[in-house]
Design a protein around this ligand. Structure first.
Ligand SMILES: C=CC1=C(C)c2cc3[nH]c(cc4nc(cc5[nH]c(cc1n2)c(C)c5CCC(=O)O)C(CCC(=O)O)=C4C)c(C)c3C=C
Ligand SMILES: [Fe+2]
Ligand SMILES: [Fe+2]
Length: 366
């Protein structure tokens, strides 16, 4: 009888290679900076109850009656300003990080695990990549979200989609998930070195703004640890840079809709500092490990305009960790720690061949 729940599997073969995989997850990005590409992307993202916690039918009316008719065009214009020749910055950096992480793991462990990335929204989809990893023989998969701070709207949403795909499989791989690494020493030290390197070349500001992606304020009241994780990352970064309390400011950007989000809002702080005629601010976005629309457009372009128009003098945006060696090393260390006990279970090509031969021999004897 055909199962409605589970997709067909290849018949189990003895001697199938037993590999370990690492699946990096990022948020997702449109395929092109056009309204046509933005519409399905925004529809998928904003239909997720982990992201929008408004009663379903009310939200359906707002989303379909208003947002999907206006936002795709406006957002597409913003994406067009930061689009790279190779594509969306978020995808370009995520792809490069995936390759570099594989190189790093290959140098420290033999055989190296398979490393792939998937996007929670859009492509390459979680379904496509998980399917491919299974085909490549991954019996164990470590899921590592590229969100250092856990939030229900980012990390849990991605996990939901992973578990929904796993639910369709008969022969499940073993799965481990990394929740967050907001205070990992390697991540903090890469952030601090990124700032130091920037200051060495460009001098120092009056204030360092640490801008994190916001979430609705009520998620904090309902128990989402995101706000606390961001505060801890910010404090550890300030400590690593030996900053006094008046030399830095943690704030939250990307407010969506009219509800109250985590405060202080980055735009409000930049305007206030501008009005106070602050000579120079530098902004870093520690919650984004890759530059993307939210950093390159919202901060480096819009944020700069807000500060300068209000009376500020000099605005500097410090790029994300992207492909920095120290960040790839930290990512590799985080991965390695969470893979403990699994790498030993991997089979080399020779071992796989041996067990395949043995299985054939045993089959011949039966
Ligand atoms: C860092 C983690 C992120 C959290 C938490 C998060 C929550 C969140 N986001 C929205 C709405 C939008 N976010 C958009 C873009 C976007 N968001 C993140 C990360 C987090 N979001 C990233 C990395 C990006 C950039 C993607 C890219 O292609 O570069 C967008 C789309 C762009 C736009 O139209 O503004 C929306 C919409 C909500 C509502 C939310 C939590 C409730
Ligand atoms: Fe977002
Ligand atoms: Fe934004």
């Amino acid at each position: 009888m055909k199962s409605k729940l589970m997709s067909p599997e290849p018949i189990y073969q003895h001697g199938t290679p037993s590999k370990t995989g690492v699946l990096l997850i990022n948020l997702g990005t449109p395929n092109a900076p056009t309204a046509e590409a933005l519409r399905p992307y925004l529809k998928q993202f904003l239909s997720d109850p982990r992201v929008i916690e408004v009663p379903k039918w009310i939200w359906w009316l707002i989303l379909h009656g208003f947002i999907l008719n206006t936002r795709p065009k406006k957002s597409a214009e913003k994406y067009a300003q930061v689009w790279m020749p190779e594509g969306s910055p978020l995808r370009v950096h995520t792809e490069r990080q995936t390759k570099l992480l594989f190189n790093s793991l290959e140098a420290r462990t033999k055989p190296a695990p398979i490393v792939e990335y998937a996007m929670n929204i859009g492509s390459p989809s979680i379904a496509e990549v998980l399917g491919r990893m299974k085909e490549r023989g991954c019996e164990r998969i470590l899921v590592l979200p590229l969100f250092p701070q856990y939030a229900a709207s980012s990390t849990a949403s991605a996990m939901d989609n992973i578990f929904a795909e796993l639910k369709k499989m008969r022969n499940l791989p073993a799965v481990r998930t990394v929740k967050q690494y907001h205070d990992h020493p390697g991540y903090i030290s890469a952030l601090a070195q990124n700032v130091r390197d920037y200051w060495e070349k460009n001098g120092r500001p009056d204030k360092l703004i640490m801008s994190f992606h916001g979430v609705p304020r009520m998620t904090l009241d309902k128990g989402d640890p995101y706000h606390c994780s961001c505060q801890k990352t910010g404090r550890l970064l300030a400590e690593a840079l030996e900053l006094d309390a008046d030399q830095y400011q943690i704030c939250f950007q990307s407010r969506f809709g009219r509800a109250k989000w985590l405060t202080p809002y980055t735009a409000v702080i930049l305007k206030q500092l501008g009005k106070e005629q602050t000579r120079r601010v530098d902004v870093i976005c520690p919650g984004f490990v890759s530059d993307c629309l939210e950093t390159l457009e919202e901060i480096a372009i819009e944020g700069k305009a807000t500060f300068i128009e209000a009376g500020g003098k000099e605005f500097h945006y410090i790029p994300c960790l992207n492909e920095r060696d120290d960040w790839i090393q930290a990512l590799s260390d985080i991965t390695y720690t969470h893979l403990q006990g699994w790498l030993e279970l991997q089979q080399s090509e020779e071992e796989t061949e041996q067990s395949r031969k043995l299985a054939l021999e045993m089959g011949a004897r039966e």
